[in-house]
Write a protein that binds this ligand. Structure first.
Ligand SMILES: [Fe+2]
Ligand SMILES: [Fe+2]
Length: 257
């Protein structure tokens, strides 16, 4: 793996730190050379294109709905972070469109998975929109990391390296915000939300693993191990977001209530 220094993501809820990070991350982008032909095995090219087209359409979108919700929070730093987050996602859409074209195809205009996420994201308020968005972020992050480690082409490797870095920042940023928000809710409500979120996540990760099994196999990853890795990362984020819930459970188990 090549060595390219990228900004380190903050570990606190402080939105000023996050705004500093997003600004730095906008400046420190990896330069990609699209002028040369991409080196991708024929067996991988077609399934990879299908998967990238699905992600590309998911990364597209102005994020207007999310920004409208964020504006209600009345935290200027948080709103500025959301604006830069949306810019990063649009940059991913641009990079993926470039990769799709360089692989000899074109971005698609619609995909059933994108439509399903679009509907789910609009069912609630800001926090439920972010929870649904995080499902796509977690699955995406795990896929991009596998692609980064297994494609042979140097330009694609660098592109997936950049996107994986950004997506890791997104999951951390959203999880910290949600953790702050949900800590104010009663445990019973947190339990219910965590339970529903897990069911939706498992469904989405299973469908993705099955639907993209050929791409995963050609990237040396079985769909089952991909699903397990996604679930592991989901559980880590779930613990961060609903930390009070987990602390409570541990305290009950050890009789320290
Ligand atoms: Fe993205
Ligand atoms: Fe993202």
């Amino acid at each position: 793996m090549f060595d390219f220094p990228l900004p380190i993501q903050p570990s606190t809820y402080d939105m000023k730190d996050w705004l500093g990070y997003f600004k730095q991350n906008k400046q420190a982008r990896i330069t990609l050379d699209w002028s040369r032909e991409l080196i991708v095995d024929d067996s991988l090219r077609h399934p990879l294109l299908k998967t990238l087209q699905c992600f590309q359409i998911g990364e597209t979108g102005e994020g207007e709905h999310l920004l409208n919700y964020a504006n209600k929070i009345k935290n200027a730093d948080y709103i500025a972070c959301i604006e830069l987050f949306i810019e990063e996602e649009q940059e991913h859409a641009r990079l993926l469109a470039q990769a799709i074209q360089s692989l000899g195809s074109s971005p698609i205009q619609s995909h059933w998975a994108q439509t399903a996420f679009f509907i789910l994201r609009r069912l609630g308020k800001l926090e439920s929109e972010i929870l649904i968005l995080l499902i796509g972020e977690i699955i995406g992050l795990n896929f991009y990391a596998i692609a980064r480690d297994n494609v042979k082409d140097p330009t694609l490797t660098k592109m997936f390296y950049q996107i994986t870095h950004d997506e890791f920042g997104h999951t951390k940023f959203h999880s910290l915000y949600l953790s702050h928000f949900f800590s104010q809710l009663p445990n019973i409500k947190q339990n219910l939300i965590a339970y529903i979120w897990r069911i939706i996540f498992i469904g989405a990760a299973l469908v993705f693993s099955i639907d993209n099994r050929q791409t995963l196999k050609n990237l040396n990853t079985s769909p089952i191990s991909f699903f397990k890795t996604c679930l592991l990362f989901f559980n880590q984020n779930c613990k961060k977001i609903f930390s009070q819930l987990f602390t409570c459970t541990v305290e009950k188990v050890y009789g320290q209530e």
